[in-house]
Design a protein around this ligand. Structure first.
Ligand code: 13P
Length: 205
């Protein structure tokens, strides 16, 4: 993928997040890493109205290599990339149900095989002020073994090898949160057998 394709893909996925009601307004930020280079969304721009030329290219330390101001939360993207070389893309958004769970935490026991196979365990990221190194370090630590995390009092974040994979994990995580919230409202949540969870998550016996 060349640089123009990367920029276009970020714009396209940002718009999909908006159209699928996974993000709105000024919220969220997205990035792609290829080798030692990162392309990240700019700060304070509605993500569904982004233009490819607004995406900011930076190095792994966050030094800008193209015009524009990187996301105010870019530090958490850099921290994940530095900690986990297998990650090629990150999506942070404020999906309604994941954000509801982030502000009113409920237990998320394993309930659906598909979710266990695709996502595995959801990780919880303690609250720290957005944009700080403290939050960046907490995100990198929590995402070491997870694909989808809930940022307490903030939103959600997913990582993938590609941007479309990170998008899919975010959408899957949001769907899982929605099911949990509705199950709670019904007052009963059937959980999966423990041995099946181990099987789906491919945890050796
Ligand atoms: P940026 O526009 O700086 O990326 O911030 C968006 C956001 O999600 C704030 O929580």
């Amino acid at each position: 993928m060349d640089e123009n394709q990367i920029r276009r893909e970020i714009v396209e996925i940002a718009r999909s997040l908006y159209e699928r009601r996974l993000n709105c307004g000024y919220a969220g930020n997205l990035s792609v890493r290829v080798g030692d280079l990162i392309w990240v969304t700019p700060a304070a721009v509605p993500k569904h109205r982004l233009l490819p030329e607004q995406i900011v290219k930076v190095d792994l330390e966050g030094h800008p290599l193209s015009p524009g101001r990187p996301s105010s939360e870019a530090k958490m993207h850099y921290a994940v990339y530095r900690a986990k070389p297998s990650v090629g893309a990150i999506v942070h958004a404020h999906p309604p149900f994941a954000t509801l769970v982030a502000t009113s935490p409920i237990e998320l026991p394993p309930i659906l095989p598909e979710m266990e196979i695709v996502l595995g365990a959801v990780t919880w990221i303690p609250y720290a002020r957005p944009g700080t190194q403290k939050l960046a370090d907490a995100v990198a630590c929590a995402l070491a073994h997870a694909k989808f995390g809930i940022l307490l009092n903030h939103g959600a974040l997913s990582v993938g090898r590609t941007l479309s994979e990170a998008f899919d994990f975010l959408e899957t995580g949001e769907s899982l949160c929605q099911t949990h919230v509705y199950a709670r409202l019904l007052g009963l949540t059937n959980t999966l057998p423990r041995e099946d969870v181990r099987f789906f998550r491919q945890v050796p016996d």
